[in-house]
Design a protein. Structure first.
Length: 108
């Protein structure tokens, strides 16, 4: 299980770095109205796709991380109250689903 934990932690760290970097880059590098632009040979659309799929990879790694560390979560973080740990995880997953599934509304 130690190998799984190391791999999961590495994937989480690298995906966080990639997501932070691409998020900042997409926010500040692409200037609206300047025509076609690219960073490292990829346009904004490509970077958005990369950002999305690395985010999906990170979400999967988070789920593996929570599963691998479930004993610590139940014993230490929730102080032997499994319902507290389950409640926090459920609230977090609800927030992910709420944001991911929220419809886009055209602003007036």
């Amino acid at each position: 299980m130690n190998v799984v934990r190391r791999i999961t932690d590495t994937v989480l760290f690298l995906s966080f770095c990639f997501l932070a970097g691409t998020g900042i880059m997409m926010k500040f590098s692409f200037v609206k109205g300047m025509g076609p632009q690219s960073v490292l040979g990829f346009g904004k659309g490509s970077w958005e796709v990369f950002h999305l799929w690395v985010g999906v990879l990170m979400l999967a790694a988070v789920l593996v991380h929570l599963f691998v560390n479930r004993i610590w979560i139940f014993k230490v973080a929730a102080k032997d109250k499994p319902w507290a740990a389950i409640a926090v995880i459920a609230i977090g997953l609800f927030l992910v689903a709420l944001l991911a599934l929220s419809p886009t509304v055209v602003a007036k």
